[in-house]
Design a protein around this ligand. Structure first.
Ligand code: G3H
Length: 478
């Protein structure tokens, strides 16, 4: 029972009302957590951790895994509901929403398997320099977790699941868009784990996060979201230097198309890379650098391929472009296009602008140059800025001077030319893709970034390490 304020959740999907006007569809509502309830939820996590003496942090790894397996069983029972809520709340097409659910289940099982191996290794004893010791992995305490709207289930769980399995207790704030889908699952968490292990907050981050952070009781902050929010949050902690942060943040992933690239490969990979889920992925390609000698030919093929993508409702089979959940996004995208046009660029396909409320036709903008918004800003939406270059050094200089450093893609056929680029690039970003789009998967690969793009590393194994500390029990070998 909840007597406090509630917030209504509107879908980005618009349907005609009685007068035939398109209106965002009401999906449901959630109770808005205020500062008082947020602090109560925090105290529940603190009490369950009990300075490392609680039932959960002291439970055996096998016991924790068994609770997680119970949870997965309950999660699978909710699949249809959760997939539909992903579709309605954030406009992800049904096929991709289903993939997101299945990928998350696989992620949980992979994490369980990896933890079993880590646990087997840590139960061994080592003798060195007259000391016999057992090296363990121990929890860190209370984890404040926040996930993004674009992968509200999968990305959120890549921090929640490993932190729970390592014996921490959790305070989880649901994303602004993509909150309702967490209801049935939070219920499953509550009934699968001891009291206080997983606690939740819904509502405005600006109301609930500052008191939680200022309490000084959060040991680990994990956020998949924007670099701006990350800076604000970290500064709220009274002992910033003592706070462990594991974050995946903004990105401006760039693809470079070399003069000898197979343009069919470049076109199809850049299409997927720039526009899957309307470009709303941190790993999306957000700018394409193409060698001037092949720029016209690349654009001649790429522009029509983009225009052919099918906009529509997420449940319609084959829909590739879907409504955007952030209400202010279409205006921002239009502003980026106007800025580029005012500075000499043009839309080279039949794109740009809203087809209907919240449905935006992807635009390929060329030639994008330094000084335009699209050159540096992470558009996180369906616009593809294209830059022409003469010398690869210009591209490397762009990455050096950019504030981001998540991924890059190289398209070419000359293996020597590609090899020459790999080393400088891999020291500027955290993953270089050859003749392939940027992407996070497989989830066993390290997922991180440099500069403003990330702090710490996620992946199945890296996450288990990130949410724990190596500890030792040692004695003299007599
Ligand atoms: O938003 C960032 C996601 O981690 C992207 O994941 O590359 O597998 O689509 P993905």
């Amino acid at each position: 029972t909840w007597n406090g304020p509630v917030s209504e959740v509107y879908s980005p999907i618009c349907l005609p009302d009685a007068e035939g006007n398109l209106q965002r569809k009401l999906v449901g509502s959630f109770p808005v957590t205020g500062p008082k309830q947020a602090l109560e939820a925090l105290e529940a996590a603190v009490a369950a951790y009990d300075n490392g003496r609680g039932e959960w942090p002291t439970m055996s790894v096998a016991g924790r895994i068994s609770c997680m397996e119970t949870f997965v069983g309950k999660m699978l029972e909710q699949k249809k509901l959760v997939v539909n809520l992903i579709m309605w709340e954030i406009g992800k097409n049904l096929a991709d929403a289903t993939k997101e659910f299945d990928r998350t289940i696989k992620y949980i099982y992979d994490t369980i398997d990896t933890l079993k191996t880590m646990d087997r290794n840590s139960s061994r004893f080592r003798i060195e320099e007259g000391i016999i010791g057992q090296i363990r992995r121990s929890p860190l305490g209370v984890v404040l977790a926040m996930g993004p709207f674009n992968y509200p289930l999968n990305e959120t769980y890549t921090t929640l699941i490993p932190s729970i399995l390592m014996g921490n207790t959790i305070l989880f704030k649901t994303p602004k868009h993509g909150s309702l889908l967490h209801y049935p699952l939070l219920e499953a968490f509550r009934s699968s784990f001891p009291k206080g292990v997983v606690n939740s907050m819904y509502g405005r981050g600006a109301d609930v996060i500052p008191p939680v952070m200022q309490s000084g009781k959060v040991n680990v902050l994990t956020l998949i979201g924007s670099s701006r929010v990350a800076d604000q949050l970290q500064r709220q902690h009274p002992k910033l230097n003592r706070l462990r942060s594991i974050m995946s943040l903004d990105a401006k992933n760039a693809a470079v198309i070399l003069p000898d690239a197979d343009l069919d490969v470049a076109v199809s990979e850049c299409l997927l890379g720039t526009l899957s889920f309307n470009g709303q992925r941190c790993t999306a390609i957000k700018i394409i650098w193409v060698h001037r000698s092949v720029a016209d030919e690349f654009l001649r093929r790429f522009g029509p391929a983009v225009s052919k993508l099918k906009p529509g409702m997420p449940w319609e089979p084959g829909t590739q472009i879907t409504p955007l959940p952030e209400p202010t996004k279409p205006d921002y995208l239009a502003e980026c296009i106007q800025d580029a046009q005012a500075n000499g660029a043009a839309i080279i396909n039949e794109g740009g602008g809203e087809v209907a409320e919240s449905l935006f036709k992807p635009a390929v903008v060329y030639p994008v140059k330094e000084g335009m918004k699209l050159y540096r800003e992470e558009q996180f939406g369906p616009i593809i800025p294209v830059v022409a270059f003469d010398d690869e050094e210009e591209f490397i200089h762009y990455l050096i001077t950019d504030d981001h450093g998540m991924q890059a893609s190289i398209f070419g056929t000359d293996t020597n030319a590609i090899a020459k680029l790999i080393d400088p690039l891999v020291n500027l970003v955290s993953r270089v893709n050859i003749n392939a789009q940027c992407q996070r998967g497989p989830d066993t690969f390290p997922f991180t970034g440099r500069k403003d793009s990330a702090e710490g590393t996620l992946s199945v194994e890296d996450a288990l390490r990130s949410f724990s500390i190596r500890s030792a029990v040692a004695t003299k070998d007599t």
